[in-house]
Design a protein around this ligand. Structure first.
Ligand code: PNS
Length: 194
């Protein structure tokens, strides 16, 4: 409980001058930012699905801030442009407290370092994901020992869900409304002209 009384701040029975209060305040805010447990959730997000959102929700239970980072990967042929993928993420995950949306180019561990993140989050759905994820996690650890990879399992009903399957269903005229947020379903039907 903080009250200001004639240029002094009373904090739970302690009397502090305004100067003292402001100095403490200016010192504690950067300290809080430095101490933040921050994780990067990287991916292609072409497009974001309910499975991704589920993983973000789980990551937020472990971290103060989650940066959802879209890889600018020129080698991968995406359905949605980088800007479209970022916008769909801003409209969905970006609305959740303590989630930031970003793009990155180059090495993931470098990006994590520049953001002061100590962890990379990856969703693990099935054994089929494991080999690639294991290789990537160990290589990232070799490149930067200070960044841990944490695997989170989405809700069971999303274990068979992937952006690739969602795109295929939408392309063939199927209903994807149970698998993706409404804005993504709309964007998919616009892409496939339905
Ligand atoms: O959603 P995806 O396509 O499975 O995400 C893969 C991604 C973007 C996380 C991965 O390709 C990646 O980290 N790319 C950045 C480049 C990099 O750091 N490569 C070395 C990883 S071993």
């Amino acid at each position: 409980m903080t009250n200001e009384v004639g240029g002094f701040f009373v904090i739970q029975g302690f009397l502090l001058s305004r100067h003292c209060f402001q100095s403490a305040f200016h010192f504690l805010i950067p300290l809080r930012i430095l101490q933040m447990r921050r994780a990067i959730y990287p991916g292609s997000f072409d497009p974001v699905t309910n499975g991704h959102l589920d993983v973000i929700g789980r990551a937020l239970k472990l971290f103060d801030e989650v940066i959802v980072a879209v890889a600018r990967n020129d080698e991968k042929q995406a359905l949605f442009s980088l800007e479209e993928r970022l916008n769909l993420l801003r409209e969905t995950a970006g609305k959740i407290d303590n989630v930031r949306i970003a793009e990155f180019k180059g090495l993931l561990v470098e990006f994590a370092r520049t953001k002061g993140a100590g962890a990379v989050i990856r969703g693990l759905r099935a054994i089929s994901d494991f080999e690639f994820e294991f290789q990537m996690a160990l290589m990232n650890r070799k490149l930067e020992a200070g960044v841990e990879t944490i695997f989170l399992m989405p809700k069971e009903e999303y274990t068979y869900l992937s952006s690739r399957i969602v795109k295929e269903i939408a392309r063939l005229g199927g209903d994807v409304s149970n698998f993706v947020p409404a804005c993504v379903a709309k964007a998919l039907s616009r892409k496939f002209d339905r």
